[in-house]
Design a protein around this ligand. Structure first.
Ligand code: PEP
Ligand code: MG
Length: 549
């Protein structure tokens, strides 16, 4: 009899194959009195930390893209002075090096989680660093992705970023993890690599090696021991998803253009986005320039990095978002200190406004890069809440000679006030990731409330409609740059609600392009109207699935 396990699907693909489980992670070291010399244990730990740091940097360099950033961030965790002090103190108190490393990193992971940081990502990443160091200290190999000559579905409690980044895509058909949410690092990297994945699948511990699995990311389910008919229909869908498709510009069946843009986090990701058919950049997150810096990067450095990005999209639209620090990206030079609920704290425009010099420098560098390249540069601010903040940002950006300026609509108040806010802008872009978390009061970093992160929720759709309507009334282009745009059916609904372009992880472009080409604008509007009439996300999803297949 087949068993169905639910989780959170990443992407739209489906895959069928035999399960292969990741070996259990390295165990917790025993808490026994150390017999070794304290100074020897310090030395061993220093060596192991240095080796793990180098290993993570090298893995990141080879992987590139988002993975490089995540692995570099992990390498910094292996050099964190506060954790190293903690380890040394514990060794001084008589712990073994292995136990001291375990306890210090476990403490660090819990502090992050307590702060509302992403337990499925940051906490998991910290624990992965600890496991790597402990494996070094023990002189044993870290459990790695199992080897198999035949393709398989990888099943794990969770995957470390290094495991996901280095997967052999010829062999791994899909990923199933027990932990993680749609914004965990496993999900982000799976999306980037276009791997079919279901994360947060709590029942997946029951899966055994060799069991046949259908991993259906579109439905967020894993079916173990499926009926032959289920395998056949999945194989059919898998065939079409895997087939190469032309990189034509995004358009509806009636020819209405819907430019399909890419979300990118560094200039280096631009080439891959172009290769996957991105028609421009709909969201360039600039945080990468600031995250490891002790002070804001100089204007000239920023200018050259923006130029690199714009060069890859010469003549095409590039939407850059100014620094969105705060929440999970705290920066000391913006005066960030402990906040009980950092996602509700001094984030985005709030932090920038208090440090207007940082914002002015960034806008100056962007304007200079715009002049250097002649790019079609659009610049927007994150976390804008109302008219006053909109007017502040638009006025400042225009005074610094930026031509096309707008805001991200991701705070519900901005959506509620769309009729006042949108006409002040040259464009707006709806950030559904944050719009959902704030509308549903569910921290997007918390695995325990991951199921609230649902763009199909009628409350979210109604807010999107307010923005779409305001865009149409004032002739202001409205785009969507949150992850919701990468769900093909949702993409149709967003267009029906008024989105003129969609921006997403480049790996999602092909599926969205194919789905949009099947519906006219009138049909998209009709579908959107029907979703708005539903009273739950499940009903809205079901209505659209019923009509679009
Ligand atoms: C969003 O909030 O939807 C968004 C695109 O921005 P980020 O995910 O960087 O907060
Ligand atoms: Mg956001």
């Amino acid at each position: 009899m087949s068993i169905q396990i639910t989780g959170i699907g990443v992407g739209q693909g489906v895959a069928v194959g035999p399960a292969l489980r990741m070996p259990d992670p390295i165990g917790e070291p025993d808490d026994v009195q150390s017999q070794a010399e304290v100074s020897d244990e310090h030395g061993r730990v220093q060596e192991a930390l240095a080796a793990v740091t180098a290993e993570l940097i090298e893995l990141g360099r080879r992987a590139g893209g988002d993975a490089e950033q995540i692995l570099e961030a992990q390498s910094l965790m292996a050099q964190d002075p506060a954790v190293i002090d903690d380890i040394e103190q514990r060794i001084g108190d008589g712990k073994t090096a292995e136990r001291a490393v375990f306890e210090a990193y476990e403490g660090y992971a819990r502090v992050l989680e307590g702060l509302g940081e992403n337990p499925a990502a940051r906490g998991a990443d910290v624990r992965d660093v600890a496991r790597r160091v402990i494996a070094r200290l023990r002189g044993v190999a870290l459990p790695t992705v199992p080897h198999s000559d035949a393709p398989f579905v990888l099943v794990a409690h969770d995957l470390a970023p290094a495991d996901t980044a280095t997967l052999d895509l010829d062999k791994v058909l899909a990923l199933v993890t027990r932990d993680g949410s749609s914004s965990s690092h496993t999900a982000i990297l799976a999306r980037n690599k276009n791997i079919v994945a279901v994360v947060g699948a709590a029942g997946s511990d029951a899966i055994v090696n060799g069991q046949t699995l259908v991993v259906d990311a579109a439905q967020g389910v894993v079916i173990a021991d499926p009926e032959p008919a289920v395998v056949a229909s999945a194989a059919e869908r898998g065939g079409t998803v895997a087939a190469p498709r032309p990189l034509t510009p995004g358009a509806l069946a009636d020819g209405t253009p819907v430019p399909l843009l890419a979300n990118v986090g560094s200039p280096e990701e631009a080439a891959a986005a172009v290769a996957l058919g991105a028609e421009g950049v709909g969201l360039f997150r600039t945080e990468f320039l600031y995250l490891d810096a002790r002070s804001a990067p100089p204007v000239e450095l920023q200018r050259s990095r923006y130029r690199d990005l714009m060069a890859a999209f010469a003549g095409r639209k590039v939407v850059v978002r100014v620094l969105d620090a705060g929440a999970d990206k705290q920066l000391a030079f913006l005066g960030h200190t402990h906040e009980e609920n950092p996602a509700l704290g001094r984030r985005g425009i709030r932090a920038l406004r208090e440090h207007e010099d940082v914002l002015r420098d960034q806008l100056t560098a962007l304007a200079a890069a715009q002049e250097d390249t002649g790019a079609d540069l659009w610049v927007m601010a994150p976390m804008i809440a109302d008219v006053e903040e909109t007017a502040y940002f638009i006025g400042l950006a225009r005074s610094l000679r930026l031509r096309t300026v707008g805001i991200t609509v991701e705070v519900p108040s901005a959506a509620v006030l769309a009729d006042q806010v949108v006409p002040l802008c040259d464009f707006v872009s709806i950030g559904t990731n944050d719009l959902i978390q704030y509308t549903l009061a569910a921290d997007r970093m918390l695995g325990s409330v991951a199921h609230y992160q649902d763009p199909w929720h009628p409350a979210v759709l109604r807010l999107v409609k307010l923005v779409g309507d305001a865009g149409r009334a004032s002739n202001t282009p409205v785009g969507v740059c949150g992850e919701a745009a990468s769900d093909p059916r949702m993409a149709v609904v967003l267009v029906g609600l008024g989105a003129a372009d969609l921006s997403m992880s480049p790996g999602a472009l092909a599926d969205v392009r194919a789905m949009l080409s099947r519906v006219t604008l009138e049909q998209a509007r009709e579908l959107a109207a029907r979703t708005l009439a539903q009273s739950s996300a499940a009903d809205a999803r079901a209505v659209v699935a019923g009509l679009l297949g």
